[in-house]
Design a protein. Structure first.
Length: 300
């Protein structure tokens, strides 16, 4: 059973940050798009899909093909369609071709990871603006952020170390490992992608075993995972390594940050090596610079 995943902190309802809205958010300007995303639930191309398309692995694979959503294309263009699915298809484990199963899972997960990173980027941009004097400090907002991220006081430098993005390569590798590429019972029954323990779901055949957390949507599960890495004391090493990379002008990469995850699992260093092997073997670092292409929403 994984360690340090049981403590889930209140993520709250954060606004979905859109790159084009950073200026509007900082300037307090309202807009129809800002009002839509402030609900905290990402809405994209999935609203145009049928229940059969969303609930079937083959149907979802066909949708990805129809809209031109290929991993090679993402690697080339750096853009990902805004497709935010709430659940993993129940029959994903029945796909005969292993590589096809993996491709469906990665394409399902990537937009969710990116949209959660956008949410965090909104707060980070505001912090950066306060740190360099472009915005006056807001003590009440900073204190609330400090409480949410378990920071010691509203210290800007400490908050900037915690309020930061998780490389998609790392999130995808951990989701694949913890969920069996989206096929585990805990994913099907509780949208539990990252092995978070809780009180909702009992291990099959072991009523006295460790219960697992349940999430309403996959988006909620990804939020909890990223917030856990950003706030739990066990992952201070990851946050320190990420901040060091940024100070050097580098983009933090998943394989490097994985080195600080030995406490994520009872397997310790062996777990770290597994995550790094998943990143390398599936070339997940190709997606670390990708972004959501919301122009696709206007085309739909």
């Amino acid at each position: 059973m994984a360690q340090n995943k049981a403590v889930l902190f209140g993520v709250g309802t954060l606004a979905v940050a859109v790159g084009a809205l950073y200026g509007l958010v900082l300037g307090g300007v309202s807009s129809p798009l800002r009002s839509e995303v402030s609900l905290g639930k990402p809405v994209g191309l999935e609203r145009n899909l049928s229940t059969s398309e969303l609930g079937s692995a083959d149907g979802l694979h066909a949708v990805f093909t129809r809209i031109g959503y290929r991993l090679d294309t993402v690697a080339e263009t750096g853009t990902v369609p805004p497709l935010f699915l709430s659940t993993v298809p129940d029959d994903l484990d029945q796909m005969a071709e292993i590589d096809a199963k993996k491709r469906v899972f990665l394409r399902l997960m990537l937009p969710l990871v990116l949209v959660v990173n956008e949410e965090i980027a909104q707060d980070r941009h505001r912090l950066e603006a306060m740190a360099d004097g472009r915005l006056p400090q807001d003590p009440a907002w900073l204190e609330a952020l400090a409480v949410r991220y378990r920071a010691e006081g509203a210290n800007l430098s400490q908050l900037l170390r915690k309020v930061d993005l998780v490389p998609p390569s790392l999130a995808l590798a951990q989701a694949a490992e913890e969920s069996g590429w989206g096929t585990s019972r805990f994913v099907r029954e509780a949208n539990n992608l990252f092995g978070h323990t809780g009180s909702a779901v009992t291990p099959k055949g072991d009523p006295a075993g460790q219960r697992m957390a349940a999430f309403t949507t996959l988006h909620e599960a990804v939020r909890a995972y990223v917030h856990n890495l950003n706030s739990h004391p066990a992952y201070e090493g990851l946050r320190r390594a990420r901040a060091t990379a940024r100070a050097r002008g580098e983009t933090p990469d998943g394989a490097t940050l994985a080195g600080s995850l030995s406490r994520y699992s009872e397997r310790g260093d062996a777990y770290v090596q597994t995550i790094r092997a998943l990143i390398r073997g599936n070339r997940l670092d190709r997606f670390d610079h990708s972004r959501i292409d919301r122009n696709r929403l206007r085309e739909s």
